[in-house]
Design a protein. Sequence first.
Length: 63
Amino acid sequence: MKDEIVITRKKPRGESSYRVFSVRLKKDTISQLDKIAFEKNRSRNEIINILLDYMVDEYKNEL
């Protein structure tokens, strides 16, 4: 007999370490992000997070 399936409750929004906010970007920047996302088979959101994480770390290293 198979193990029993356990379905846990989905966490309400806001309980993850992520937050949602809006930002304005130039059309050209969005196009470049979309191109990178397509080439790397990632979402635009993932690419933005990767790039921001990298730049924040670089900035901290310059302090």
